[in-house]
Design a protein around this ligand. Sequence first.
Ligand SMILES: [Zn+2]
Length: 314
Amino acid sequence: MVQNEDNMNLMNFNERFPNEESCREYLKGKRVAEGVVCKKCGSPKHYWFANMEIWKCADCGSRTSLRSGTIMEKSHVPVRTWFMCIHLMTSTKKAFSALEMQRQLGMKRYEPVWFMMQKVRSSMGKRDKKYKLSGNIELDDAFFEIVDLEEKENDDEQKRGRGSNKQKKVLIMVESEPNPKQKNPNKKNRSMGFVKMVTMDDLSSIGINYEVAKSVNKQSSLLTDGYHSFARLNEVVANHKAIVTPSKEAHKKLPWVHTVISNAKRLFLGVHHSIGKEYLQNYLNEFCYKLNRRNFESDLFDRMIIAGANDTWY
Ligand SMILES: [Zn+2]
């Protein structure tokens, strides 16, 4: 078996990044390759001041620190800890809980670990937002278990600590092309492409159409069940086919969207237990990001390291 050298495991992570200095050097190199852009005047011309670890804009003199504009901005956690966290989040099929991540990173406090992971997830979502789905797309809605943390705090003494379990609506879109080569009746006769999952405040047709218009190319063909809120999808895409079928049969007609939903639910239940309603989108981001890159694992780490470097963050 040929081992993919780019596919980084824990051993070569340690070889590649033996200390904080090697991580900072790597981050700097990545940012230079990407192009450092001045926040103030937009100039791409900079001088590097090694002793202060800053770039100075050649045009206006404005400073850019090594971490500014990246997901590590304003964080006091060492760059190597960030790298390790990103590595663990992107190199494994399964997800890590923040508690397990804290243990793996050997960090004293839970909060910075939790915060790091949310930042990474949010950045994953920003990356995926740049891509619009196209072709044949399965679309459906689902309800995910969440905990309303605010309500939990405001609850009376009796309810305290038990939280209030609620559900959040999620819209799921999956590129799904017919695959005539697949002759095995036990396997899906469609092949899965890119996946998007979006939390929704409501499932009105206006809300759904708005999200679909943002996420999907106009020329696409949508495949859904007969839910009434999907009835006006032809206003935002070229084709919409609603399959009216008994719910038992639905998984056959929309095979991928149902697999994606059940895999995400199983993962969240097993790893994260309770997810605050404001953060569900972040967990969905991580799930989709990894699923969407299932065929090119090797550069996940590099992609995330400089994620957001030249984006607007706040
Ligand atoms: Zn400038």
